[in-house]
Write a protein that binds this ligand. Structure first.
Ligand code: SF4
Length: 457
């Protein structure tokens, strides 16, 4: 064993710190935020996005539309009477809510399909077929000597780089020793990266359509493949392809992490199935390198991978990650036919229960504007009920607020999940109005099925 001390021996980030709060400002869920009641407007290490989140939590008021038991009873009846009910949203809900929503869908013979981005849907289908070579963000922080950011948006998760990415000192690698490649096709993408840690960054501009680049990288990474032609057919030196620095960096790395924001195809963004082959190529590429070194792909936080926990919960409960239909008494899966948007398009559902979750969680609300708009239009003529902290669907027949002015300890735990699959307990900011979403779901469950306690679901 080497006598060389580990980086952690001198790493100030590893000294004991009391972690009291989890920030919901973005999908990074930073759990190193100290908060002191004597200084209520200071939020430790939170970035400006995080400070905004905590301020919003502290200053929001209780909704007048309270959580009425008679409304929940009315909702239970509506769900039972509906011919084809649909439960959707859930992207900004606690894990406990998502778990009970799956139980309610099962009990009512409903379809349950969480809100997920086109990219997240495509990725799920691809990985069901090809598997996923991945790791936790902590492993990336501790081991990756090469970090490739593929179409990531640092402004959506401002502290990702310092906590888990290229700016973090890990157990086995220092930030200064990491090689970092930023991949994008946007001509302005350098500007959003250069304000922090410019020394190690290398920028690679790729084509608009990732299929072209990924195909080339897959071919080049096949064992025994030679490098690019160094001369043209006329005998002149020809420049290497634009993707060559990525391949060259991987050839030198011991542990490479491809941090994926979006994958892009020139086909219509609504045709999410057209993105499936992109993720298959990504996995093939990582697989080829794993013969020679460790190579993983991990999701970048931000809006693209929001909803991943809902997907995990649904998988634990039913075996399927989305678009699950309970109408015949057991879970059936069809990613296209049972997607919430397709069901609306085909006019199949006659009742929607929409979970808008907590409006202060993640600054990603605008990312779902189109989805909210579609539900708003549908609800002009059909019954839709919404559960959440702030109404999102203006035409909803009923809005059940989950806010409660309570100083009592929360009756049920709250759990949130990072896109890399790590679950975190979610402590409430003491003076903030409480979001009682799991308790509302517990009451709905007990009205639907008085014989079984909610915690047995
Ligand atoms: S990076 Fe995200 S989770 Fe972390 S403090 Fe900023 S907003 Fe909060």
């Amino acid at each position: 064993m080497s006598d060389t001390p580990r980086v952690s021996d001198s790493n100030p980030l590893h000294t004991a710190v009391t972690h009291s709060m989890v920030c919901g400002g973005c999908n990074c869920w930073c759990d190193d935020i100290d908060w002191d009641a004597r200084r209520p407007n200071e939020f430790g290490k939170a970035c400006s996005l995080g400070k905004h989140y905590f301020q919003s939590s502290l200053t929001r008021s209780e909704k007048t539309s309270s959580t009425k038991d008679e409304w929940i009873a009315e909702l239970a009846t509506a769900l039972q009477r509906a011919r084809r009910p649909l439960l959707t949203g859930l992207h900004l809900s606690f894990l406990e809510t998502q778990r009970l929503a799956a139980a309610v869908a099962d009990r009512c013979g409903a379809v349950i399909d969480p809100f997920m981005s086109a990219t997240a849907r495509a990725k799920t289908v691809a990985f069901q077929q090809s598997g996923e070579i991945t790791a936790s963000w902590g492993e990336v922080k501790n081991r990756a000597d090469l970090v490739i950011y593929w179409r990531c948006r640092p402004e959506q998760a401002p502290r990702f780089r310092e906590r888990y990415g290229d700016l973090a000192d890990g157990e086995f690698v220092r930030s200064a020793d990491r090689q970092v490649i930023v991949v994008d096709s946007n001509p302005d993408f350098k500007d959003t990266w250069q304000h922090q840690g410019t020394d190690n960054l290398q920028f690679v501009r790729v084509d608009e359509d990732d299929r072209i680049t990924l195909q080339a990288l897959v071919e080049a990474s096949r064992p025994g493949t030679a490098g690019p032609q160094s001369t043209s057919s006329a005998g002149d030196p020809s420049p290497p392809p634009n993707w060559w620095p990525i391949h060259a960096a991987l050839s030198r790395a011991k542990y490479a992490a491809i941090v994926v924001g979006e994958l892009q195809t020139e086909q219509s963004s609504t045709a999410w199935l057209s993105r499936v082959p992109l993720f298959q190529l990504l996995q093939l590429w990582a697989t080829n390198w794993n013969h020679q070194r460790r190579c993983v792909s991990v999701p970048f936080p931000g809006t693209t991978h929001l909803g991943r926990v809902a997907q995990s919960v649904l998988t634990w409960r039913t075996g399927y990650p989305m678009s699950v239909d309970f109408s015949v008494g057991y879970p059936r899966y069809d990613v296209v036919a049972n997607s919430w948007s397709e069901l609306i398009e085909r006019r199949e559902v006659d009742f929607i229960l929409f979970f808008s979750g907590d409006s202060t969680l993640c600054s990603a609300q605008d990312a779902w504007a189109n989805e909210y708009q579609r539900l708003t239009k549908w609800a002009e003529q059909h019954p839709l009920w919404e559960i959440g902290t702030v109404p999102r669907i203006g035409t909803a027949r009923r809005f059940i607020s989950t806010l409660a002015a309570s100083t009592e300890p929360q009756a049920r735990p709250r759990t949130v999940g990072r896109p890399d699959g790590v679950l975190l307990p979610y402590p409430k900011l003491p003076p903030a109005i409480d979001n009682r979403e799991p308790e509302v779901m517990e009451r709905l469950w007990s009205m639907l099925n008085p014989a079984t306690a909610a915690d047995q679901q």
